[in-house]
Ligand binder design. Structure first.
Ligand SMILES: Cc1cc2nc3c(=O)[nH]c(=O)nc-3n(C[C@H](O)[C@H](O)[C@H](O)COP(=O)(O)OP(=O)(O)OC[C@H]3O[C@@H](n4cnc5c(N)ncnc54)[C@H](O)[C@@H]3O)c2cc1C
Length: 448
């Protein structure tokens, strides 16, 4: 009997994605209507999905490929993040971002740099504006002595990996950011800072010359055929030889990895455009990115005209939401916390308003693994970003595309060696426990 996979939940975005909004409107992609046929359908138009398409077309330029995105390209999590495309180990569940061992960290760095190189080539090929993909590095900011010690430990770990970094003192941090909040900072040069919505728009625009892209077309059912699948949306259908699910946590909505994925929402706020007077009071450099030395702390970023305006973006607060949606109340509560974090760092900008606040869905596995490869006959996944999807989902998309075409390499090997995401404890205990744990970690990260 033909297997039918009904889709239990569709993505819901809460709050306006500031990165997309500041770029202004763009020409929309079509909605899927009627009946079509193609070689590969990719479900999801984020980092994973679009990278999969690019890799498919690199390996087989004759393959006909379609992307189906539930919402609008650039308005999902791919356009809601802070835009740090990080090359180094950035283990969010650790105390200081270091990974399990030096050997695993070394190979992860090489893979992350492979993803960055893949993205850089796309930027060049599709003439994506330079300001959307800047090789500028980032700083791990520290406020407390404890956080500074974490930075020192991380610097030693990087030295053991032969990775360069530079410790900045409080004065240097203020000269960079305009904020007297930080005690020190650890600068690492390899991170690319994205205008995430700009990069995703550019990638989709470049790919649209050889592949069909549909948006506002949520997939509601997959029906297995003798060969391949029939992919159903409310107004159209595509029969295809292979499907790549590149929809991150919504893999579970298609019936896979049930009870194994943690659906986390992160929140961000973006200021209004800073006036010349506010810019003078702020001081500092025009572009910088500060991640917290404690992974549960606050990320700050300053952007300028080349990214869509002179603004500061604050990211903090994480909430587990197994229903895969954040409420308007969640965003409002997070926005209040973010305002407080901003004011602590920039008391000189107390009159500056937050123009946009939003939530974004990401997906973690308890054991930090992703799912990239074959999951059923003619069905593949590039999912479970573990919070670092600018690089990890780019790699997952590459791996899924290579697997579809029977190509084996270091990226497919990396994902093939990963175990399944570990099963989570039963609800609701797990949910209450995880949210309490997150809040405790946030409280402990306090000023960071
Ligand atoms: C506030 C915030 C800050 C972050 N900061 C960073 C950062 O600095 N660096 C970093 O690396 N990561 C960061 N992240 C995480 C990053 O955004 C994600 O890891 C990344 O977007 C995952 O990419 P993806 O392509 O796997 O999934 P997504 O970007 O979520 O794309 C999946 C797509 O699938 C679509 N989809 C789902 N179901 C269906 C369906 N039924 N039919 C059709 N389409 C469907 C969705 O609409 C979505 O667009 C942050 C996230 C947030 C929210």
């Amino acid at each position: 009997m033909a297997q039918k996979l009904g889709v239990r939940r569709l993505p819901r975005q809460t709050g306006i994605a500031g990165w997309d909004a500041i770029l202004g409107p763009r020409a929309p992609f079509a909605t899927l209507e009627g009946h079509r046929i193609c070689d590969v359908v990719v479900i999801g138009g984020g980092f994973a999905g679009l990278s999969a398409v690019r890799r498919l077309r690199q390996l087989d330029p004759r393959a006909s490929v379609a992307v189906i995105e539930a919402g609008e390209i650039g308005k999902g999590a791919a356009g809601r993040n802070s835009g740090f495309m990080i090359d180094l180990p950035h283990e969010l569940t650790s105390e200081d971002y270091a990974g399990e061992s030096s050997a695993s960290d070394r190979s992860l760095i090489e893979l992350n740099r492979h993803a960055i190189g893949f993205a850089r080539q796309a930027v060049e090929e599709y003439a994506i504006p330079e300001g959307y993909f800047r090789h500028e590095g980032k700083v791990n900011g520290a406020v407390s002595e404890h956080a500074h010690a974490q930075n020192v430990a991380y610097a030693a770990h990087l030295a053991s990996l032969n990775e360069g970094c530079e410790m900045l003192d409080a004065q240097a941090m203020q000269a960079l950011t305009g904020s007297a909040h930080y005690r020190s900072g650890l600068y690492t040069p390899g991170t690319v800072m994205l205008q995430p919505a700009g990069y995703i728009r550019g990638l989709a625009g470049g790919l649209s010359h050889g592949c069909a892209i549909f948006e506002n077309s949520p997939v509601c059912e997959l029906v297995q055929q003798d060969r391949g699948w029939s992919v159903q949306t409310s107004r159209g259908r595509i029969d295809t030889g292979a499907v790549i699910l590149a929809n991150n946590g919504h893999l579970e909505s298609f019936g896979f990895a049930k009870g194994r994925l943690m659906h986390i929402f992160l929140f961000a706020s973006m200021t209004e455009e800073l006036s010349p007077n506010a810019l003078q009071r702020l001081g500092g450099a025009t572009n910088w990115g500060v991640t917290p030395s404690d992974p549960m702390g606050t990320t700050m970023r300053r952007i300028s005209a080349a990214q869509g305006g002179n603004r500061i973006i604050t990211r903090t607060v994480a909430r587990l939401r197994p229903g895969m949606a954040a409420s308007a109340g969640d965003v409002a509560a997070a926005a209040r916390v973010m305002r407080g974090k901003f004011d602590k760092r920039f008391p000189q900008l107390a009159d500056v308003g937050m123009e946009y606040s939003w939530a974004g869905h990401l997906c973690l596995a308890y054991n930090g693994t992703s799912i990239a490869g074959r999951i059923d006959r003619d069905l593949y996944a590039a999912c479970v970003c573990n919070g670092l999807g600018t690089t990890r989902s780019t790699l997952a998309g590459i791996a899924a595309a290579e697997t579809v075409l029977g190509h084996q390499g270091e990226v497919t090997d990396y994902f093939a060696a990963q175990p399944m995401p570990q099963r989570l404890p039963p609800r609701p205990l797990a949910e209450i426990g995880a949210n309490l744990f997150i809040r405790w970690k946030e409280w402990r990260a306090y000023n960071e």
